[in-house]
Design a protein around this ligand. Structure first.
Ligand code: AMP
Ligand code: MG
Length: 445
């Protein structure tokens, strides 16, 4: 029996221990709310559309005339005027008459059906082609075939058809993406209540970590985690605080943790969380808060730390700004140092927790089914997440092939991949053609 924590268990623990948004909602002008999370349900103050309106350019008439025109007869109607979008017809439409109407124009009360202009013959009173003569009455004729194609209410969009006044237009937790902003704007809502923007501080740890601009030295590696993690955080729409790369030195680490906790709602680090390492990162995390060090049954990404930084010296801490005074303890996520492991742990564990902290309703990417295009070796008892390329096969069904070597430091395979293939905890070897679950990386990186 493995003592390691299954991925779903770790996800459940994170969900149970991650609070929702701490502070009161902010009210922002609609354009400034882009990418933020809606803090309350939005109730529609109006009907959408606001009025019955025409879906076509044509002629509006009363559907009561339709049955009268059965038995192969044509229907001739007098045109009383024109309604344009934004310029309603204010006159009457007497019985036996119709109204020339353009798309989006208000359909008056007494008519309910629109015949598209290309389905009618427009004639003058004498039965000749209409010449737009002001002195002539205009008539249209609906031939039998046109009449047969029309039902009462055809080509009319009813008031409140998209959304009735008083209905929930957008749910609390909705991310305000382009469509959500457009919908809110269509209701005339100029300001939106959003959850406070999450502040997330990040630093890399390790004596071997080189920052950009530093000269290479034996045994050292350039800090890539800083850019993968900060990049994914920005994609998520949080405010990021980049605290750089910190050597494995207790004084510097303590200063970095203290600064991070004072400025941010969440602190993310990478490196130094493997059990049995000689690093100071673990000891510091334990000293500053309540932190659990997990051995995950996850490949890549076994070591992972989660906890809270508790401000034990609140009274002599650097004074926080007013809105930080009610601050909850800062959440801490310690990612493994290996670049792919850090990304996988971020996507599978940290990202859902951050979305929960932001008050977002959707926290997991959509899982799709694809056919494995080759056999994959898999040991039951741990979740394996493989970098994969997903594309439609010859039959149109999605297929997934791995990007080859899956070493946890191979960042280029993360670039080649367009998806992560997940082999569940209990699963064994996968045969070619078996169904597997994949997450598309589009929108996550
Ligand atoms: P650790 O989790 O600290 O034991 O690190 C595991 C591996 O990841 C080591 O080979 C580190 O050099 C590498 N590593 C740690 N942090 C980073 C980083 N920020 N960027 C790139 N590689 C890293
Ligand atoms: Mg290390």
């Amino acid at each position: 029996m493995s003592p390691d924590l299954a991925l779903h268990e770790a996800q459940a623990l994170l969900a149970a221990h991650t609070p929702g948004p701490a502070a009161a909602p902010e009210i922002l002008p609609l354009p400034a709310a882009a990418g933020r999370i809606l803090a309350r349900d939005l109730i529609s103050p109006i009907n959408v559309p606001a009025h019955n309106n025409s879906a076509m350019d044509g002629y509006a008439f009363a559907s009561a005339l339709l049955p009268q025109a059965s038995h192969g007869a044509a229907l001739t109607l007098r045109v009383v005027g024109t309604a344009l979008a934004g310029r309603p017809w204010t006159g009457a439409v007497p019985a036996g008459c119709c109204l020339r109407i353009m798309t989006g124009a208000v359909v008056p009360e007494t008519v309910d059906t629109v015949v598209p202009h290309e389905l009618v013959h427009s004639t003058d009173a004498a039965g000749q082609e209409q010449q737009q003569d002001q002195h002539q009455e205009e008539h249209i004729t609906l031939p039998p075939a046109t009449l047969a194609s029309l039902t009462a209410g055809a080509n009319v969009r009813l008031a409140g058809e998209d959304l009735a006044q008083g209905q929930v237009a957008l749910r609390q937790g909705q991310r305000l993406h382009a469509a959500a902003l457009g919908l809110a704007a269509s209701l005339g809502l100029a300001e939106l209540p959003v959850t406070p923007r999450l502040r997330v501080a990040y630093f890399s740890t390790g004596d071997e970590i080189l920052s950009l601009g530093e000269a290479p030295r034996p045994g050292a590696v350039y800090d890539s985690n800083r850019y993968t993690i900060l990049g994914m955080l920005r994609t998520l729409g949080v405010e990021t605080i980049d605290l750089g790369a910190i050597a494995d030195n207790p004084t510097q680490l303590r200063a970095a943790f203290t600064q991070a906790a004072a400025q941010a709602d969440v602190v993310i680090t990478s490196g130094g969380v493997s059990t049995g390492t000689a690093d100071h990162t673990q000891a510091l995390m334990q000293e500053l808060g309540e932190v659990a060090f997990w051995r995950l049954a996850l490949r890549p990404g076994r070591p992972f730390a989660f906890g809270k930084i508790i401000d034990k010296s609140a009274s002599n801490a650097i004074p926080a700004s007013a809105d930080r005074s009610q601050k909850q303890s800062t959440l801490l996520f310690g990612l493994p140092g290996n670049p792919v492991a850090a990304m996988v742990c971020f996507l599978t564990l940290v990202r859902p927790a951050l979305l929960q902290r932001m008050g977002a309703s959707a926290s997991a990417p959509l899982s799709l089914s694809a056919r494995a295009s080759h056999a994959i070796k898999k040991r039951p008892g741990r979740t394996e997440i493989l970098r994969a390329v997903v594309e439609p096969g010859a039959d149109g069904v999605l297929t997934a092939r791995t990007t080859g070597a899956q070493g946890s430091g191979l960042l280029h395979s993360m670039v080649q991949a367009n998806a992560l293939l997940q082999l569940e905890h209990e699963r064994g070897n996968v045969a070619a053609g078996e169904w597997v679950n994949v997450w598309l990386l589009d929108g996550l990186l």
